[in-house]
Design a protein around this ligand. Structure first.
Ligand code: XIL
Length: 381
C-alpha cells in the first residue's frame, strides 16, 4: 500500500517542528525519515552528489534544510562564503568564523567539502585590483595579492577542503579570455599563476577550472580545453573541469550535454556538473531595484502548472540519463541550492529550478532523478 506522502508528512511535521524549533510551526515539512530515497545512496560508486549551502544552512539555523542536506547529499559547496569578498573584504582583514562553520558542517557529516572560488572577476572587492595612485595595480602587486589570498584561504583549510574552483568564469562565449581585471593587470598567465599558488598552498587538494555555457557554446568549450591544455603543458595540477550547469528546459540539448562531457573528458580530466539548476522563467532584462516584474515575465507566482512540473521532471531525468552514460567520466554533480525558495534564480520573481519546492517537499523532478539513478537507466519514460 502506498501511504499518501503529503498527508503522512503533515501529521509528523508538527512534531518535527516542535522538536526542531521548540515551538509550533506553520510550515508543513516532510520528515526526512519519510523520504525513503536518498540521492547519495543511489549515485554510482565514486560519484559525489552535492549541493550549494547558503549561510543559514551552513550555520545550522535553517534546520529543515540541514536535515534534508544531511540525508540526501555527500558533498557541499558554499554558495557565497568562500568568495573573495566574503573572506577578505578589506586588505589583510580575513574573516573565517562562518567559513569554519561551513567546513565543520561537512566534516561532521563525512562530506566532501568544496571550496568556491579563489580567482574570479565577480564578488571580489575593488581594492584588490586598485593601484596606489588611483589607477589599476601593476602585475607584481596583483600577483602578490593573489598569492596572499590563496595561501591564506587554501592554507587554512589544508587537508579539509577536498578541492577548489581555482579560477571561475575566465572565458567569453566566443572562447577568448574574458577581460577580467585579473587578466588586465597580470596578463593571460594569471590563470596559471592561480593554479600554481593553489597547489603550493595545499598540494593535496584537487584543483578545478569552472565555467558556464560550455555546453551551449562550442567555441567557449574549445576555450576551456585550451586553458586546460595550457595548464597541463606547464606541468601544473588540474584535476577536473566544472560545467556549472545553469540550464533551461530546452537548452542545452542532451546531445550537447553528452558531447560536452565527451570533449572535456578527452583532456584527461574528470568532469563535474558544479552548479546545476533549471531556469523556468523567460529571459528578461534584469529588474531595476524596486521595479516589479511584469506578469508575463513571472508566470509561476502561484506554483508550477502540472505540464511544466512534468517537463522539469523529464528534463532532470534526461540530464541524469546522460550523466549515467558518462558515469566513469563524471565525479560530482552539485545542485545550486537546496530548495526552490533558496535559489539565486528567483531575483525578484518566482522560479522553481530545483528538486525540492518552497515547502521543502520533493518535487516530481526528485522522484524522476531517483528513479533514473535507481534503475541506472539512461533514458526517461
Ligand atoms: C551566485 C549566488 O548563488 C548568489 O547568491 C550571489 O548573489 C551571486 O552568485 N556562477 C557562480 C556562482 O560561480 O558563484 C554564482 O552564485 C552563480 C553563477
Amino acid at each position: 500500500m502506498r501511504i499518501d506522502r503529503r498527508g503522512f508528512a503533515k501529521s509528523l511535521s508538527v512534531a518535527a517542528g516542535v522538536m526542531a524549533a521548540g515551538r509550533w510551526t506553520t510550515v508543513a515539512t516532510l520528515p526526512v525519515a519519510a523520504q525513503t530515497a536518498a540521492l547519495k545512496d543511489l549515485v554510482p560508486k565514486g560519484w559525489l552528489i552535492g549541493v550549494a549551502l547558503n549561510q543559514r544552512q551552513s550555520d545550522g539555523t535553517d534546520t529543515v534544510a540541514v536535515e534534508l542536506v544531511t540525508r540526501q547529499f555527500n558533498s557541499i559547496t558554499p554558495e557565497n562564503l568562500l568568495k573573495f569578498e566574503s573572506v577578505q573584504r578589506q586588505p589583510g582583514a580575513f574573516t573565517f568564523e562562518p567559513q569554519d562553520r561551513y567546513v565543520a558542517f561537512g566534516a561532521d557529516r563525512g562530506m566532501a567539502v568544496i571550496g568556491h572560488t579563489l580567482v574570479w572577476h565577480s564578488q571580489t572587492p575593488a581594492w584588490v585590483w586598485a593601484g596606489a595612485g588611483g589607477g589599476p595595480a601593476d602585475r607584481a602587486t596583483l600577483l602578490e595579492r593573489m598569492q596572499t589570498h590563496i595561501a591564506t584561504v587554501v592554507g587554512r583549510y589544508k587537508g579539509r577542503i577536498r578541492g577548489w574552483d581555482v579560477v571561475n568564469e575566465a572565458l567569453n562565449d566566443d572562447g577568448t579570455l574574458r577581460d577580467s581585471p585579473w587578466r588586465r593587470g597580470i596578463g593571460d598567465d594569471y590563470i596559471a599563476k592561480a593554479f600554481e599558488f593553489a597547489r603550493q598552498a595545499d598540494p593535496g587538494a584537487e584543483l578545478y577550472y569552472n565555467d558556464f555555457n560550455l555546453a551551449t557554446r562550442p567555441a567557449k568549450r574549445a576555450g576551456a580545453i585550451r586553458i586546460i591544455r595550457d595548464l597541463q603543458q606547464r606541468g601544473l595540477r588540474i584535476d577536473a573541469v566544472g560545467e556549472q550547469g545553469h540550464w533551461r528546459l530546452e537548452s542545452p540539448t542532451t546531445t550537447e550535454i553528452d558531447q560536452t562531457i565527451t570533449e572535456l573528458r578527452a583532456t584527461g580530466l574528470k568532469v563535474m556538473i558544479t552548479e546545476l539548476d533549471v531556469n523556468l522563467l523567460p529571459a528578461v532584462e534584469r529588474l531595476a531595484a524596486g521595479q516589479a516584474p511584469s506578469p508575463a515575465s513571472n508566470p509561476f507566482v502561484n506554483g508550477l502548472p502540472d505540464d511544466v512540473q512534468q517537463a522539469l521532471a523529464r528534463r532532470y531525468a534526461d540530464a541524469f540519463g546522460v550523466f549515467l552514460r558518462h558515469r566513469d567520466d563524471i565525479t560530482r554533480v552539485t545542485f545550486w541550492g537546496v530548495s526552490d525558495g533558496d535559489s539565486w534564480l528567483n531575483r525578484g520573481r518566482v522560479n522553481h529550478p530545483l528538486l525540492w519546492d518552497r515547502q521543502r517537499q520533493p518535487k516530481p523532478a526528485f522522484d524522476e532523478v531517483t528513479r533514473v539513478l535507481a534503475g541506472k537507466t539512461t533514458s526517461s519514460r
